[in-house]
Design a protein around this ligand. Sequence first.
Ligand SMILES: [Zn+2]
Length: 78
Amino acid sequence: MADQKCPDCSGELVKVKVFGRGWENPISKLAIDAEFGFYTEDNSERNDFLGMFKANGTVDSYLCSDCGRIFFYGTRLK
Ligand SMILES: [Zn+2]
């Protein structure tokens, strides 16, 4: 993937981590971060007991160092 270029501007693609940040405590500024690393089907529902989705694959993220566009590439779990 590192040898691929951005289709918009031909910039270099660099691997990055994408994550979500939960509620931030206004005093301590602490929060919970969750790395964005999996995908599942669009109609997938959370497990009733654990509240988790069944992961069908992993996601790798790349950022164009010139225009800032982010690309996601999925790899199906076996
Ligand atoms: Zn670009």
